[in-house]
Design a protein around this ligand. Structure first.
Ligand code: GRF
Length: 194
């Protein structure tokens, strides 16, 4: 399996994927040159590319450059790991059912930013994380893996986020393991493993 990672920040999900699939990561791309995750990738000796979106006149031009690097890396799966950019429909169409994202809630609850704060404010008793295929809508594609986390009465968004993050690291590895070792198909919105 050839994996490309797209990230914008801390990169702890990237590190978890690296711990499980070290020799299968073929490139790491960040739209933020100062992302901690990009520095980690460099320290690990991986091909690490800073493609600063602020240096491109438009989203299309930035995506073209990301797609150019990806084309050279020939990934089977592209893992968004805290990548804070929306992908255009054209980008998604270039890799159908091969782009994955992780989101810190049980989708379809609480899409978008600050999912953990949304969960605390809403008063749900459980939340968690979701690994899903990326489609042209935000946090909306077919779901591969979900893991549940209890929301405690004394949780702040930070304490909940920390416990969800532990489960994110397990969920991303589980999703990639399943997709790479099992037979699967997509029926409508459902990812079916045989
Ligand atoms: C995670 O909470 C992920 O679910 C969200 O962004 C955060 C990234 O964290 N999409 P990290 O950069 O992987 O540590």
């Amino acid at each position: 399996m050839r994996l490309a990672i797209l990230l914008s920040g801390r990169g702890s999900n990237f590190e978890a994927i690296h711990r499980a699939f070290a020799d299968q990561i073929v490139c790491v791309i960040s739209n933020r040159p100062d992302a901690r995750g990009l520095a980690c990738a460099r320290e690990l000796g991986l091909p690490a590319h800073a493609i600063d979106d602020r240096k491109f006149p438009a989203r299309e031009a930035h995506e073209e450059e990301v797609l150019r690097v990806l084309a050279g890396a020939k990934p089977d799966f592209i893992c968004l790991a805290g990548y804070m950019r929306l992908l255009s429909p054209a980008f998604v169409a270039a890799y159908p059912h091969r782009i994955l994202n992780i989101h810190p809630s049980l989708l379809p609850a609480f899409p978008g930013v600050d999912a953990q704060a949304q969960a605390v404010a809403y008063g749900v008793k459980v939340s968690g994380c979701t690994v899903h295929f990326v489609d042209e809508n935000l946090d909306a594609g077919p779901i591969v893996v979900q893991r549940v986390v209890e929301v405690r009465d004394d949780d702040s968004s930070e304490t909940l986020a920390a416990r969800i993050l532990e489960q994110e690291h397990i969920a991303y590895v589980e999703a990639l393991l399943k997709l790479s070792t099992q037979t699967w198909r997509i029926e409508g919105r459902r990812v079916i493993f045989e």
